[in-house]
Design a binder for this molecule. Structure first.
Ligand SMILES: NC(=O)C1=CN([C@@H]2O[C@H](COP(=O)(O)OP(=O)(O)OC[C@H]3O[C@@H](n4cnc5c(N)ncnc54)[C@H](O)[C@@H]3O)[C@@H](O)[C@H]2O)C=CC1
Ligand SMILES: Nc1nc(=O)c2c([nH]1)NC[C@@H]1CN(c3ccc(C(=O)N[C@@H](CCC(=O)O)C(=O)O)cc3)C=[N+]21
Length: 334
């Protein structure tokens, strides 16, 4: 009966990721001011994935517009290992990003582990992944001067939720998602699973949905645990958990997939990180806030991670000087 023109205007606010990206860029510009020369990021492209090429080009453009140096190195699969080792030892390279998938097998995980940990802008090294899952936020223990590196796309999702004020800044750092129930549709090792863990570590109840089933990530009743625990919800599906959620995040890599918006709670916040449009247009009838894509934020987070690597390295460099200034420090800490 009702023609589209009869419909009241939607109350949904569509938030474009460039707003969040620009907000984060101001922080990046502050960091840049403290450096003598532009940070140099090397992108190693060894596949024919058009999404990887687009992402690499978007990264190059953002680097060049914001005072970073970016070099794209296209190599064959056979040469990727040596290309990583060369970038590791090149003093003119501050950060390395290798675009995946390359082999699409465990060889890709091997390549992730040979990138020098001090140049790993994507936080894929074992040490960073361990810290993330264990909710260890610093590399230098109680000194708390060197922050661990978090993977870019999961962290971009978090920066978006912060910008949308889903994080409650009245609560202590680390508990700021307490009371929120979040659904993440994708449990890949590079995005969905780390994202669910990070959100749960910040206090949320997270339903992680993949084609293999649903898992619940929490820090236990009353956030009693230091890090998250995971339970399999046997027999449960997306339909059971979405109505409980005030935030829904999707990352399904298929143009055929469309999220069933009839499941959404009125006023839910919806974010899509897939390069495909996972939400149909009608999401605007249910959601209070909708973020259709997040690529621009991911790239700024990448630059922020690069600055963090440089800052961490600088602190490593000043350590010996400090130790001589304060005799006894070394003995006391050994
Ligand atoms: N915006 C950004 O910054 C980034 C976006 N992406 C995009 O995000 C998407 C996902 O990337 P990856 O996680 O690396 O892909 P992936 O292919 O490694 O993982 C996709 C996951 O989604 C699951 N899945 C597929 N269909 C599903 C369904 N109907 N319901 C629930 N789960 C389903 C798969 O089983 C798999 O675990 C891609 O479109 C990719 O281009 C990836 C990295 C960064
Ligand atoms: N080591 C590694 N890290 C990655 O993060 C990685 C990778 N390899 N391999 C390739 C995929 C793909 N990927 C995308 C990033 C942003 C958008 C994206 O969403 N871009 C635009 C839209 C792009 C367009 O205009 O089509 C946006 O959000 O506005 C898509 C895809 C990262 N990837």
């Amino acid at each position: 009966m009702s023609a589209p023109t009869d419909k009241p205007p939607s109350s949904c606010k569509v938030m474009l990721s460039k707003n969040v990206a620009n907000h984060l860029l101001t922080e990046v510009h502050e960091g840049l001011k403290t450096l003598e020369k532009p940070p140099h990021l090397v992108g190693l492209l060894a596949n024919n994935d058009p999404a990887a090429l687009t992402y690499a080009q978007m990264t190059q453009k953002t680097c060049e517009e914001n005072g970073f140096k970016y070099s794209m190195r296209q190599v064959s699969r056979d040469d990727i290992e040596q290309a990583i080792l060369n970038a590791n030892t090149d003093n003119n390279v501050d950060g390395i990003i290798v675009y995946y998938p390359i082999f699409g097998t465990r060889q890709d995980q091997y390549l992730q582990q040979i990138v020098d940990v001090t140049k790993d802008v994507e936080g894929l090294s074992h040490r960073y992944i361990f810290n993330m899952y264990q909710n260890i936020r610093f590399l230098d223990g109680e000194a708390k001067r060197q922050k661990s590196i978090l993977p870019c796309t999961p962290l971009a999702n978090i920066k978006i939720l912060e910008y949308l004020n889903i994080y409650n800044t009245i609560l202590p750092y680390g508990n700021r998602l307490f009371g929120h129930t979040i659904c993440v549709v994708n449990r890949s090792e590079v995005v969905g699973r780390p994202l669910a863990a990070l959100l749960a570590n910040d206090g949320a109840c997270v339903y992680s949905v993949d084609i293999t089933g649903v898992q619940k990530f929490t820090r236990g009743e009353g956030l009693q645990k230091k890090t998250h625990e995971i339970v399999d919800l046997e027999g449960k599906t997306l339909k059971d958990v979405v109505p409980l959620c005030d935030v829904v995040i999707t990352g399904v890599p298929s143009d055929k997939y469309k999220f069933d918006t009839s499941l959404l709670r009125e006023g839910a916040v919806c974010v899509n990180f897939s390069s495909e449009k996972n939400f149909p247009y009608e999401v605007r009838d249910k959601a209070s806030l909708f973020v259709p894509s997040i690529g621009k934020v991911t790239i700024v987070v990448l630059l922020r991670n690069l600055l963090r690597l440089i800052q961490n390295k600088r602190m490593d460099d000043v350590k010996p000087a400090e130790a001589t200034e304060r005799p006894g420090t070394l003995e006391a800490s050994s």
